[in-house]
Design a protein. Structure first.
Length: 180
């Protein structure tokens, strides 16, 4: 009987601490990086975390988040199956680069195909500037292919705000993982 009371008290203390520190019951036991929140759902094959003060938006079906309503610097993650499951990231980029350069006529690359990793999978990073409606923007895309599916992470910001949010974006990328 004494052992049962101790266990009951321990569970009660644990639950009280969870409530005190804002944990939801469904979040108990799930790891989340410090200062971040999970925005991906069970519908996708990856876990994506953003800073707690960022706004999430999954209303379009694409996992998207932005800094605030005043600062629309944003990230998004899309994934889709390739027609050719053996296609490489370099081949994917070459096949799709024309769509970007025809839309953004003033596109300037800072990095094109830089080797990196996304969720433990070999990836390529593309950083470029371009204007939309006369406003200069800076973009970063990290692209990988896993099991015939291409994953495209995009960070978009007005050119003057790009560096400001880059540390947060790097933390998002560091904590990105594929589900087992």
């Amino acid at each position: 009987m004494n052992k049962t009371r101790r266990v009951t008290v321990a569970v009660a203390i644990f639950l009280a601490l969870a409530v005190l520190f804002g944990c939801k019951a469904e979040d108990l036991g799930e790891w989340v990086p410090a200062g971040m929140k999970k925005i991906s759902t069970d519908m996708v094959e990856y876990d994506l975390y953003i800073p707690k003060d960022w706004e999430e938006d999954i209303s379009t079906g694409v996992v998207t988040a932005y800094v605030s309503s005043a600062d629309r610097s944003s990230i998004s993650m899309i994934a889709f199956d390739l027609e050719d499951p053996n296609q490489t990231v370099d081949e994917y980029w070459e096949n799709n680069k024309g769509a970007f350069t025809s839309f953004f006529t003033d596109m300037q690359f800072e990095a094109e195909g830089e080797a990196t990793v996304l969720g433990g999978v070999a990836a390529r990073k593309y950083v470029y500037t371009a204007s939309a409606s006369g406003v200069p923007y800076k973009f970063m895309q990290v692209i990988c292919i896993k099991e015939g599916t291409v994953y495209v992470f995009t960070y978009t910001a007005m050119a003057e705000k790009y560096e400001l949010h880059l540390p947060s974006v790097e933390k998002i990328l560091e904590n990105f993982s594929f589900k087992s």
